[in-house]
Design a binder for this molecule. Structure first.
Ligand code: NAP
Length: 295
């Protein structure tokens, strides 16, 4: 069996087209332009490229986008003041602080300062709590993107054995919770693996769906999966550089070998990555509609 490739690039493109139409309609009918600010502290090259991709996508969809880059030695208080300024700015519906932050800044304090109504990353405890309860909220972008990929690829999750590898607050924990919920796209039986899991392969071998969010290149090998599995590879690992200096990326899954056994699999790059940015745009549109009292 050679797997169907679940293309995040194509799925994201389709969703962006839908968003573009909705954003244009919002402006035409209600004179509302969704606004997003991205705040970056420091000069980490990976973070810089994520932030600039987010701004570029926002512009392309008709979202008003502001990008603020602060020096690496910016104080915590200065950052909190800036967030407060955007909390009170009616043009801005979504505030994103690019993580990780420099060590001298308390990440939790920063995330708690963002108005939950503008927390388009879905990291504020109010949104995390609502997500767990299955209430309307901003879903965190990467798990949200995974749900869209599965749904739009026609993968039936109801009753499926799902094994999530990784228990981070931004991917592993929220996707596990979302897959568990009693609704379409959920209803799965979920197992979560991490560094203390005793026999990872024993779990992955019985999985109908594997979601790998680990950060270890090609960790999931063909002997760890059953025939017909659906694999979502969240990992983005830089494993070298091309002759012209571009990063060579690998996922957490040994794609070439696993695709021979899987029914469907996401590639890296071109899988979950493009979906994450797209879901940020979707959340920003949701924030603008909410602020305008339209939902
Ligand atoms: P993270 O916070 O470092 O968490 C990694 C998780 O994997 C932890 O729960 C850790 O277990 C577990 N783990 C690490 N090594 C393991 C091993 N050898 N065996 C079993 N479990 C292991 O990472 P993250 O933020 O969730 O990101 C995971 C990967 O996804 C990274 O490659 C990241 O770049 C990528 N990512 C991609 C996107 C995207 O949009 N495509 C978005 C976010 C993240 P413990 O808890 O026991 O330490």
């Amino acid at each position: 069996m050679t797997a169907k490739i679940i293309s995040g690039t194509e799925t994201a493109k389709a969703i962006r087209e839908e968003l573009k139409i909705e954003i244009a309609e919002l402006k035409e009918k209600h004179n509302v332009v969704p606004g997003l600010v991205t705040i970056l502290v420091g000069e980490d090259p990976a973070s810089q490229s994520y932030v600039s991709a987010k701004n570029k996508t926002a512009h392309a969809l008709g979202i008003h986008s502001e990008q603020v880059t602060l020096a690496a030695d910016t104080s915590e208080q200065e950052l909190l003041n800036l967030i407060e300024k955007y909390n009170n700015d009616d043009k801005i519906h979504g505030i994103l602080v690019q993580l990780p932050l420099p060590k001298h800044i308390n990440e939790a304090k920063v995330l708690y300062t963002i108005n939950p109504d503008k927390d388009v990353d879905g990291f504020h405890p109010v949104n995390v709590g609502k997500m767990v309860l299955g209430e309307q909220c901003y879903l965190p972008c990467t798990p949200h993107g995974i749900l869209e990929l599965l749904t739009r690829s026609g993968v039936n999750t109801s009753g499926a054995e799902v094994v999530v590898i990784g228990r981070s607050n931004i991917v592993g924990k929220p996707i596990s919770n979302l897959m568990l919920q009693k609704r379409d796209g959920g209803n799965a039986t979920v197992t979560i693996c991490h560094t203390r899991t005793k026999d990872m392969a024993a779990h992955t071998k019985r999985a109908d769906i594997i979601i790998a969010a680990v950060g270890v290149p090609k960790m999931v090998t063909a002997d760890m999966v059953k025939d017909g599995v659906v694999v979502i590879d969240v990992g983005v690992n830089r494993i070298g550089k091309t002759a012209d200096g571009k990063a060579i990326l690998a996922g957490d899954v040994d794609f070439d070998a696993v695709k021979e056994k899987a029914a469907a699999i996401t590639p890296v790059p071109g899988g979950v990555g493009p979906m994450t940015i797209t879901m940020l745009m979707k959340n920003t549109l949701q924030a603008a509609k909410q602020a305008a009292g339209l939902i």
